[in-house]
Design a protein around this ligand. Structure first.
Ligand SMILES: *Cc1c(COP(=O)(O)O)cnc(C)c1O
Length: 403
């Protein structure tokens, strides 16, 4: 075998386009909810690769599926279907409202498909039905269409001219939507819990109201469940907990448990608008990705795992409360299941990143969601002992932040 180059964190700045500012260490190995860096230092993982590694790192059953499929066939292209993609489509249909599935490779691509389908649907209705309603602080991905639908102008404005006819309204403000929506609206896109925007749950009445307004005006309701999906909230999909059924749902992140895959779920009557040639992707429905996702989905969609998420949610809440009683570092802990946001208190306003950096020094990998929220999205099967160890490390970081 070829001699491998020695590499370090500094090489990132030399060789990679600086779209990210990664931590000062390089992780080399993961197992369950643990990670190790080049120096052999260990970390408890409360980030799960940004809500992706829902079964932790290197789960034996997921690994087995990957290796078995690697022995069969890796890629065929869309001129040929394959067994894993057909099985995964049926699993998603059986587990949700969906009747048709489109596969792609990421969350942005799933949303891109959803928004294009909504526009196509609008045009088929005739008139000038192209308006898309989205929400402030929303995050839907980084393609030009999805970043424009996202509710942070600073992420899109440098890339103007932008796709037209997208309106941003305040999140959780049903009256604003009722005021604005019209028969010109082809879709409303919303995250059931705004993830990147700070772990802000939608009110049930807001989602219910959006459903009614969409029905009234013939607009498609799109739920972006890229972050909330696949067990994250303790339901397979968050819409099931809210009891509000969308017309289109997008899923990615945890779906592949670490293998890139995305999907758009919808009803027959909308799905068939995408005919051969209307939309597509080379890798979408790739047998390696869909085989892995099939195993991930069947392992997560069980009462044990989903109820276990609620149990772990409570362990987190109790542990964070205990830390907070001593240090008053958080003003609130919000979210659902194992998507949690600890909001920094007044005194530590804007210091989520500092706390996250200190946590890493203490051997805990967490996330932030904006400048003021420390975010946790760990493995859905993380053990009680690992949660306790992670929270102990967090407590040491909090103590240093307060010092
Ligand atoms: C992460 C995320 C996306 C984008 O997914 P990518 O796989 O990064 O393209 C879209 N929507 C939401 C809600 C997300 O959390």
């Amino acid at each position: 075998m070829q001699q491998q180059l020695n590499v370090s964190r500094e090489n990132f700045d030399d060789w990679l386009v600086p779209t990210y500012a990664p931590a000062s260490f390089v992780l080399v190995r993961g197992e369950g909810s643990w990670l190790w860096d080049q120096e052999g230092k260990d970390y408890v993982d409360f980030a799960g690769g940004i809500a992706v590694n829902a079964l932790g790192h290197a789960h034996p059953q997921v690994k087995k599926t990957l290796v078995e499929q690697a022995d069969k066939v890796w890629h065929l292209g869309n001129g040929y279907t394959n067994e894993p993609v057909l099985r995964l489509a049926k699993q998603l249909i059986d587990a949700t409202f969906a009747e048709k599935v489109f596969f792609c490779n990421s969350g942005a691509e799933a949303n891109e498909a959803a928004l294009k389908l909504a526009r196509l649907y609008g045009h088929k209705q005739g008139g000038n039905k192209s308006e898309i309603i989205a929400f402030k602080n929303a995050f839907h991905g980084r393609t030009l269409f999805t970043v424009t639908a996202g509710g942070q102008p600073k992420y899109s404005e440098d890339f103007a001219p932008l796709p037209q006819d997208i309106t941003h309204l305040p999140f959780n403000d049903l009256a604003a939507v009722a005021d604005h929506i019209s028969d010109r609206t082809c879709a409303v896109i919303v995250e059931p819990i705004q993830g990147e925007g700070g772990v802000v749950p939608a009110d049930a009445s807001f989602l219910q109201g959006l459903r009614e307004l969409c029905d009234k005006h013939g607009a498609l309701l799109i739920f972006d469940e890229v972050q909330t999906g696949v067990g994250r909230t303790g339901e397979l999909y968050a819409y099931q907990g809210y009891g509000v059924v969308p017309d289109i749902l997008t899923t990615a992140k945890a779906l592949g448990g670490g293998f890139p895959i995305g999907a758009m779920l919808t009803l027959d009557k909308y799905g068939v608008l995408f005919q051969p040639g209307t939309h597509g992707t080379t890798y979408g429905g790739n047998p390696l990705a869909t085989a892995v996702a099939g195993t991930v989905l069947s392992m997560i969609n069980t009462p044990e795992v989903l109820n276990g998420v609620q149990k772990r949610h409570q362990w987190f809440i109790d542990g964070l409360k205990r830390i907070n009683e001593q240090y008053q570092v958080f003003s609130e802990v919000r979210g659902a299941g194992l998507l949690l946001g600890a909001v920094m208190s007044e005194r530590f306003n804007g210091q989520a990143k500092q706390l996250n950096t200190l946590a890493a020094e203490e051997g805990l990998i967490a996330l932030i969601a904006g400048p003021n929220v420390l975010r946790f999205a760990p493995s859905l099967i993380i053990s009680g002992a690992d949660i306790e160890e992670g929270l102990n490390r967090l407590e040491r970081a909090v103590k240093r932040l307060c010092a």
